[in-house]
Write a protein that binds this ligand. Structure first.
Ligand code: AMP
Ligand code: GLY
Length: 430
């Protein structure tokens, strides 16, 4: 089987690593890929537009295309491939609106009575300001509706901050067209979980829940990033809680999408907050999360390829057994470049630790120079996943692995999974 994998980050390297361990004979083509993917297959310098990627899929006679990032999905790559009869894993542009338009996602959740933060959508800044004053108060969350690379969400402690956030999004247009609509949203409290489900539009196979660490600094301080680390499983995500999330959130959302004539197929990422009144949706994404994928997939013991291939061909997941997982835990530590998230330094020569059964090293922002030297090429450079029979062992392996990644200006958070560590300590004391 020959698979085309679209994307260039740690998420895509982790997907490729999982497919390769499952099926050593699998042929992988990464577009554009990265040096980590290049070690597992071929990489082709094609990115972006659907026509070029479809031409590549056809000329290489691939059996299946998997899309990593959201931008090509929102731009309609799945619609284009399907029109040409080429199997592809991901949602159509209409279904990808669940991520690409927070206003759309709120409307779907409203139809489906899915628990989420109360929100109102506005096209004019002054209407949004009036809503904050009259109906929301502070703290409040202001969001650009469109895709803003994870930066379009501003949690505001005060009314003044909300006023400024609305100006930033809707008047200064800090996120361009993503700010055509602005959401004013109720502030929620609680721990967050990331849940991935594979879905054919009707049936859903949930993965293990993970927890992401968005802030750049130890103790969840400093600015938001694309994610500095993740771990799975999360002990908060009991079977009962996840069953409730499937019944009250995932399946009703899929039903509402079908009812709109835009069934969601592919990977639905449900960002949850465990509030005092139960789990509520923070956001949906239409693709695997990064870096949660690097923690979740190394724990998978059942096939990834089979459900993905079924979904891509338009076949049903009915009767496909639940996914299975190895016992123990995985902790992923991102090693970032000095200056990240604002202005990361690139071009530093990198030394990596060796991969083993308990240490997976995923390239996230690396490239090779013409002379073949591996150098940093982005803010999040490498994601190191430690695996172990329990969380504490996995965390220690992840930290040691991250410390063994060497390049000028490398830094990482040594507290990935601190909430889980605190729960373990609390249980031990009780
Ligand atoms: P999003 O990009 O929608 O996931 O938002 C980024 C982060 O902002 C989330 O992971 C939360 O930590 C925070 N956030 C988003 N919406 C809310 C909300 N309604 N209440 C509290 N925090 C939120
Ligand atoms: N880890 C958050 C995301 O992938 O959007």
């Amino acid at each position: 089987m020959r698979v085309l994998l679209i994307g260039s980050g740690g998420r895509e390297h982790a997907i490729a690593d999982t497919l390769r361990r499952e099926s050593p004979a699998l042929e992988l083509i990464g577009a554009p890929g990265n040096p980590g993917l290049a070690a597992l297959g071929r990489t082709v310098a094609v990115s972006g537009d659907a026509e070029a990627l479809l031409a590549l899929a056809q000329s290489e006679a691939v059996d299946l295309t998997i899309v990593g990032p959201e931008a090509p999905l929102a731009a309609g790559i799945v619609d284009r491939f399907r029109a040409a009869g080429a199997p592809i894993f991901g949602p159509t542009a209409a279904a990808a609106q669940l991520e690409a338009s927070k206003a759309f996602a709120k409307a779907v959740m409203h139809d489906a009575a899915v628990p989420t933060a109360r929100a109102e959508t506005f096209r004019h800044a002054d209407d949004a300001r009036r809503a904050v004053l009259e109906r929301f108060g502070a703290p409040v969350v202001i969001k650009a509706s469109g895709l803003a690379a994870g930066k379009g969400v501003i949690v505001c402690e005060t009314l003044d901050a909300a006023h400024d956030a609305i100006a930033h999004i809707a008047e200064a247009r800090a996120f361009g067209g993503a700010g055509d609509e602005v959401l004013v949203e109720e502030f929620m409290t609680g721990e967050e979980l990331s849940l991935f489900v594979l879905t054919d539009g009707t049936h859903a196979l949930p993965m293990l829940a993970a927890q992401d660490h968005k802030r750049v600094g130890v103790g969840d301080t400093g600015p938001n990033t694309g994610g500095m680390g993740a771990y799975a499983p999360v002990s908060l995500a009991s079977e009962a809680l996840m069953g409730d999330v499937m019944e009250r959130i995932v399946l009703p959302t899929l039903t509402a999408m079908r009812a709109r004539g835009t069934p969601f197929t592919g990977l639905l990422y449900v960002g949850l907050m465990l509030t005092p009144t139960g789990p509520r949706v923070v956001e949906f994404n239409c693709r695997f999360g990064d870096p949660e994928t690097q923690a979740v997939l190394p724990l998978l013991t059942s096939s990834l390829l089979e459900p993905i291939a079924r979904i891509a061909r338009g076949d049903s997941l009915a009767g496909v057994p639940a996914l299975t997982w190895r016992a123990g835990a995985a902790v992923t530590t991102v090693v970032a470049a000095a200056g990240y998230p604002d202005t990361p330094h690139t071009g530093a020569a990198i030394t990596l630790p060796d991969m083993s059964d308990t240490l997976r090293v995923f390239h996230a922002g690396t490239r090779r120079t013409a002379a073949g030297v591996l150098v940093s090429g982005g803010g999040r450079v490498v994601a190191v996943t430690g695996l172990g029979d329990d969380f504490t062992i996995a965390q220690a392996r992840s930290r040691a692995g991250a410390a063994a990644v060497r390049f000028d200006g490398a830094f990482f958070r040594d507290d990935i999974g601190w909430r889980e560590a605190a729960r373990i300590t609390a249980v031990a004391r009780a």
